[in-house]
Design a protein around this ligand. Structure first.
Ligand code: GDD
Ligand code: MG
Length: 370
């Protein structure tokens, strides 16, 4: 069976992290998010994958190519203007046959696809939508079903007063090919607001497949931090073994850790990472390849991409730092602050309260303080 992964969105809620990288390429435990999704599909027996791309497709293409390195067949299709979730699938129609899968490209899950496909077939469903419970459905698509799982109603991005269930569209669909006939060609069209309500009004059988497996979408910086932390804490079943075998600390090849430095897991350090004298790295923390942590610095609950250079006596807590960013001595970056790629933060700064620094920006010495 083939799978289409939708990766054409602009990732606006994740800016400035998504200025130079599309959302699926954000590093999660030091690998592009999309690589985890493709590995997941492979593990579920799906090795034929189509990427429906738009925003910054060049970055995706350069990294994945034809997918051979990952052991899958990858077909890359770019749309010149955004076609929406359904339009993006219609655009790859010529590569689809029989029953197929569609996945939102910003979801990390342990959902059992084989069980979902079996459920779809047993019910004679035309479209089966994975469902997951969430605390607040307002940011998602609410899906009401009857006791057998047959869908009764969709409400995309419901207002608080419209909430009748905590089950939402979890962004994985099993679809019959004829569903494509309901999607106009070369036009913006969505499953959530167009195709699914359409199928319902024509009385076609659509089912919701409920799962309590791990599920998260990485739509916002807070969720991006959460997915990294959840993996580090072993909450994503298929990624558990890696960290456990290292008792919560994984150090990449060529890393150079001063004997007086302290690491408190769960921590992942990429290749050739340097940690200076008396520095302290406390998990859940991920540090990308070739990054350097200076002497007496403290890094806690943070995500650093590759080639980040942290000078001495710096404090990072709950921070996200992009590739090639430099932080000079005695500065602190705290409280959900994001300093994206290729930035420089001069000495004696204090960045806090979710401050966001756009790529390529420099902050002089002693410029920002809360
Ligand atoms: N090819 C293509 N073209 N892909 C797109 C486009 C487009 O125009 N627009 C969005 N996508 C991709 C995004 O990259 C993402 O992977 C996926 O489609 C879903 O888009 P989001 O922008 O992330 O949607 P959402 O998070 O607001 O809502 C969707 O996901 C929720 C679950 O996370 C909906 O499907 C909701 O119903 C659902 O609950
Ligand atoms: Mg999303």
């Amino acid at each position: 069976m083939k799978a289409v992964i939708l990766v054409g969105g602009e990732g606006t809620r994740l800016r400035p992290l998504t200025v130079n990288l599309p959302k699926p390429m954000l590093p999660v435990v030091n690998r592009p998010f999309l690589e985890h999704v493709i590995e997941y599909l492979k593990g579920q027996g799906i090795g034929d994958v189509i990427l429906s791309m738009g925003y910054r497709s060049d970055v995706i293409e350069e990294y994945f190519g034809d997918g051979k390195r990952l052991g899958v067949d990858l077909r890359l299709v770019v749309e010149s203007t955004p076609l929406g979730t359904a339009g993006g699938v219609k655009n790859v129609e010529q590569f689809l046959d029989g029953t197929f899968l569609v996945l939102n490209g910003d979801i990390m899950t342990d959902l059992d696809l084989r069980a979902m496909i079996a459920f779809h077939r047993e019910r004679g469903s035309k479209a089966t939508i994975s469902l997951t419970p969430v605390d607040d459905p307002t940011a998602y698509g609410l899906v009401e079903t009857d006791a057998q799982g047959r869908v009764q109603r969709f409400i995309e991005k419901p207002r608080p007063e419209d909430i009748t269930t905590n089950l939402i569209n979890a962004g994985t669909y099993v679809l019959e090919r004829e569903v494509l006939d309901l999607i106009p060609s070369a036009k913006y069209h969505m499953f959530e607001r167009g195709v699914f309500p359409d199928l319902l009004s024509r009385n076609h059988p659509i089912y919701g497949y409920r799962s309590n497996s791990y599920w998260i979408d990485i739509g916002t910086p807070a969720k991006y931090l959460s997915v990294n932390r959840d993996i580090l804490h072993g909450r994503v079943a298929r990624l558990q073994s890696e960290l456990k075998s290292y008792e919560g600390i994984r150090v990449g090849e060529g890393a150079d850790i001063d004997p007086s430095a302290v690491l408190v897991g769960p921590v992942i350090l990429g290749q050739r990472v340097k940690v200076g004298a008396r520095a302290r790295v406390t998990g859940p923390t991920v540090i990308g390849d070739d990054s350097v942590i200076g002497p007496d610095s403290v890094v806690e609950e943070s995500i650093l991409w590759s080639k980040v250079r942290i000078a001495g006596r710096v404090q990072l807590k709950g921070a996200i730092l992009g590739r090639d960013t430099v932080v000079e001595q005695d500065s602190s970056i705290l409280g959900g602050a994001i300093v994206s790629d290729s930035c420089s933060v001069g000495k004696d700064n204090k960045l806090d309260r979710g401050i966001r620094v756009w790529p390529g920006h420099s902050i002089g010495p002693r410029m920002i303080s809360f």
